[in-house]
Design a protein around this ligand. Structure first.
Ligand code: UGA
Length: 435
């Protein structure tokens, strides 16, 4: 089997590498020659645990290669995956599909023999139809099928999500395309992964519905956390108490500063816009987006309140700025709302993140970037935890108190136990739990 993976962003690079790990011959294609050269030297464009080793292994074993030559990769391929970006279009909130359609045209020009063209990028309902139309128009006689095969990878654990997924969704009714897709995912049959064959349109919608549902769970528990604070209940126990009901499930019920990342904010917005355009507004989704936007903005207020109502002239130490741990991704991170707001209120912000500082420096100007966890706290009036990296979970309390000017700790991820923190002498603030 030969695969061409168009786009060496997060999804393309992880998926291409994992397919090669499955024994498939994979060529990853990108227009960005500098990126291709770096990948050939083993330099990853993103931080994802385990990816560099897996790439090196499969390159060494001859199953994985990188090129800027789309045409050569596509000619040889049984399946061509479109894994290019679909960012939010400026102005109207829809997904920008121009990269997908350009890729479709280039694939059409290069295809040789029966080819399965797979949309791996998150694309709105109907995109597969348009990709098919574009290819058919360019190559009326070509033999091909267009299949939707959405990804459900989480940044930070993408490799195990790919190799041990809860399910694989394949949107096509073509038996020939189904056979190719089944062969590509053959190793997953051995671990009895459910493979759901459905229509292309349904598959496209499954991806958006999945991410939107997860975002809804988060916004729901975040609102419950606000309520818990008012009535003196504990949101973590509420999450446990409801999550043990198998119909609800315990995952994605961690209250926090609001969801970020490259997927939930973009996908909820795109689905809400599509639905509204079609005349079937998804009111729950619209509310989820609104709750999350306001929540991220409200987090700085919590820090200000914890500092006695003002941060003017004060120094705030921040641990973690990535949208979640184990990634260097800053897209839509709550820190992008929190830090500028603290600065606008007169605070000096010192911050540290194990992986995201390179990205963050350009996005968050005038922050004092520090080299390590404890250095960040030196002389600060309060410590704020925004991202729950493991290394922030076992802080030396005495050392923290010695470094801070006042023992104020705002834990926006609930990684510490309130009783223990109070006993340790902290003025501790968290989300939805009584002190
Ligand atoms: C998400 C989905 O989980 C993947 O299944 C999907 O494939 C991916 O989007 C995508 O569409 O590509 P990801 O954005 O990497 O993955 O990260 P998540 O682990 O889902 O976290 C998203 C955000 O929700 C983060 O800001 C995280 O801190 C927040 N979150 C998550 C919470 O606030 N509470 C939770 O209980 C869980």
């Amino acid at each position: 089997m030969h695969v061409a993976m168009i786009g060496t962003g997060y999804v393309g690079l992880v998926s291409g590498t994992c397919f090669s790990e499955f024994g498939v011959d994979v060529v990853c294609v990108d227009k960005d020659r500098a990126k291709i050269e770096k990948l050939e030297q083993g330099v990853m464009p993103i931080y994802e645990p385990g990816l560099d080793d897996l790439v090196a292994k499969n390159v060494r074993e001859g199953r994985l290669s990188f090129t800027a030559d789309l045409s050569r990769a596509v000619k040889k391929a049984d399946a061509v995956f479109i894994a290019v970006g679909t960012p939010t279009r400026r102005g109207d909130g829809h997904a920008d599909l121009s990269y997908v359609y350009t890729a479709a045209k280039e694939i059409a020009a290069a295809m040789d023999g029966y080819t399965v063209v797979v949309t791996k990028s998150t694309v709105p309902v109907g995109t597969g139809d348009e990709v098919e139309r574009i290819i058919r128009e360019a190559r009326p006689d070509a033999q091909f099928d267009v299949v939707s095969n959405p990804e459900f990878l989480r940044e930070g654990s993408a490799i195990s999500d790919f190799t041990h997924p809860d399910r694989v969704v394949i949107g096509t009714h073509s038996p020939r395309a189904q056979e190719v897709m089944r062969a590509l995912y053959r190793p997953l049959h051995l671990i009895e992964t459910p493979i759901l064959f459905t229509s292309r349109t349904t598959s496209e919608l499954i991806k958006y519905a999945a991410n939107t549902f997860l975002a809804t769970k988060i916004s729901f528990i975040n609102e419950v956390a606000d309520l818990c604070e008012k009535v003196g209940a504990d949101v973590q126990d509420v999450a446990k108490g409801i999550g043990l009901d198998g119909r609800i499930g315990k995952k994605f019920l961690h209250a926090g500063p609001g969801y970020g990342g490259s997927c939930f904010p973009k996908d909820t917005l795109a689905l809400a816009h599509t639905a509204r355009d079609i005349g079937v507004p998804l009111r729950i989704v619209e509310t989820v987006i609104d709750i999350n936007t306001k929540r991220k903005k409200a987090m700085a207020e919590r820090v200000i309140a914890a500092c006695g109502g003002s941060v003017a002239g004060k120094t705030i130490a921040v641990l973690g700025v990535a949208f979640k741990p184990n990634t260097d991704d800053m897209r839509d991170s709550p820190s992008l709302d929190i830090l500028p707001q603290l600065q606008a209120n007169g605070a000096t912000v010192r911050a540290y993140d194990p992986e995201a500082m390179r990205e963050a420096k350009a996005l968050l100007p005038d922050v004092v970037w520090c080299d390590g966890t404890y250095e960040t706290m030196e002389g600060a009036d309060a410590l704020v935890i925004i991202t729950e990296w493991n290394q922030f979970r076992g802080l030396d309390f005495e050392r923290v108190k010695a470094l801070l000017r006042a023992p104020v700790l705002v834990d926006l991820r609930n990684i510490y136990n309130p009783d223990e923190m109070v006993r340790a002498g902290f003025d501790y603030h968290c989300i939805g739990r009584p002190l």
